[in-house]
Design a protein around this ligand. Structure first.
Ligand SMILES: [Fe+2]
Length: 350
């Protein structure tokens, strides 16, 4: 496994780059905008393809690198479903899995620092965001933070993990890099409490100044979505009503770009085929399965995903590959559900 812990000294943020092998797929957790050039360089040096960029929560102390990484690598952006960001490519909830080749993260909803805070469990380690820090815990006094929820997230979820689970936080201000659940349980001063009330009293008594970047970072981090307007302006976009009218037509191929777990959870549009987004580049280039299918049948490719981000990027890739009729469903399954358009169970079509 390739596992890199990178540090942004301005915000004391840790960013994690993970892959199962050189030359394979990679995932990044909590990237910082100012460091994106470095991540891109490292990805190239290790011959990795970035597939997913994940934020543990909306950060207040630095601007996320999610949008820039998506724009430069066409990777999938991922956050929790509670997050107030405008658009990410994929949203996860408790127990959902974020998978790439050879790597699987399990999402643990751990609110308290913010109401959208997640931790991610990966085999012997857990990425705790700002929920559990080394010898500390994330503040709970803004962004819908709540010390009662944080107590519950820490004591009833994170501390229930095996004691030797490695703890990798999103920040450290003292130079520590890693701890374990057992070590934090025994030595973290904030966790030496007898009751939730005692914990709340500690957290409410911190009286910390707001982060320097907060007024800039939070608004910026809430606007990470890819603009789907340009794709629409070029006529490569269908609204849900337009797409619904086309259902069942023999001259188009509806292509679902989502992961298997998203299909099972939210359902699929009837009559669509499944072609996961990470394999898209292979599929739409000349010689690729979708490319040849569209070419040989003269059918139009209509991509869709969860929120329209992956499908907008897919349209661009397909158009670049010469598939001039390719388009996508704007807003994805999220918009489709809101329009009460028909869905069928994801498992039924594989
Ligand atoms: Fe935070």
């Amino acid at each position: 496994m390739i596992f890199r812990q990178m540090f942004d000294s301005v915000s004391s943020t840790y960013t994690y780059l993970i892959a199962s092998r050189q030359g394979g797929e990679a995932l990044i957790i909590d990237p910082v905008l100012d460091k994106v050039d470095r991540y891109i360089q490292l990805l190239a040096e290790l011959d990795l393809k970035l597939i997913k960029a994940v934020d543990t929560h909306v950060h207040a102390d630095h601007i996320t690198g999610l949008g820039a990484l998506r724009d430069r690598t066409r990777c999938i952006t991922v956050m929790g479903e509670q997050s107030g960001v405008d658009v990410v490519s994929m949203r996860v909830a408790e127990d959902d899995e974020i998978a790439i080749e050879g790597i699987c993260l399990k999402a643990l909803y751990t609110p308290g620092h913010t109401d959208d805070s997640y931790s991610f469990l990966m085999a012997d380690r857990v990425f705790t965001g700002d929920t559990l820090l080394i010898r500390g815990t994330g503040r709970t006094d803004f962004q819908n933070g709540d010390p009662v929820q944080q107590y519950d997230s820490i004591f009833n979820k994170l501390l229930k993990l095996p004691a030797d689970t490695l703890v990798y936080p999103a920040h450290d201000y003292k130079g520590d890099t890693v701890s374990t659940i057992g070590e934090e349980q025994a030595c973290n001063p904030r966790l030496q409490v007898d009751s939730v009330d005692q914990y709340v009293e500690i957290m409410n008594g911190l009286k910390l100044p707001n982060p320097k970047m907060m007024d800039v970072a939070v608004p910026a981090n809430l606007r990470v979505g890819l603009s789907q307007d340009e794709v629409e302006a070029r006529g490569w976009s269908l609204g849900c009503d337009q797409a619904e009218e086309l259902l069942g037509r023999p001259d188009l191929i509806l292509v679902d770009l989502r992961d298997k777990a998203e299909r099972e959870r939210h359902g699929v549009i009837p009559g669509s085929v499944h072609a996961p987004y990470p394999e898209l580049a292979e599929n739409v280039r000349p010689g690729g399965l979708l490319h040849e299918l569209a070419r040989s049948t003269g059918k139009r490719l209509v991509f869709y995903c969860a929120f329209g981000e992956r499908s907008a990027m897919a349209v661009e890739a397909a158009q670049e590959a010469g598939l001039a009729t390719a388009c996508h469903i704007k807003g994805g399954i999220d918009a489709w559900q809101k329009a009460k358009a028909p869905l069928e169970p994801g498992a039924a079509t594989g």
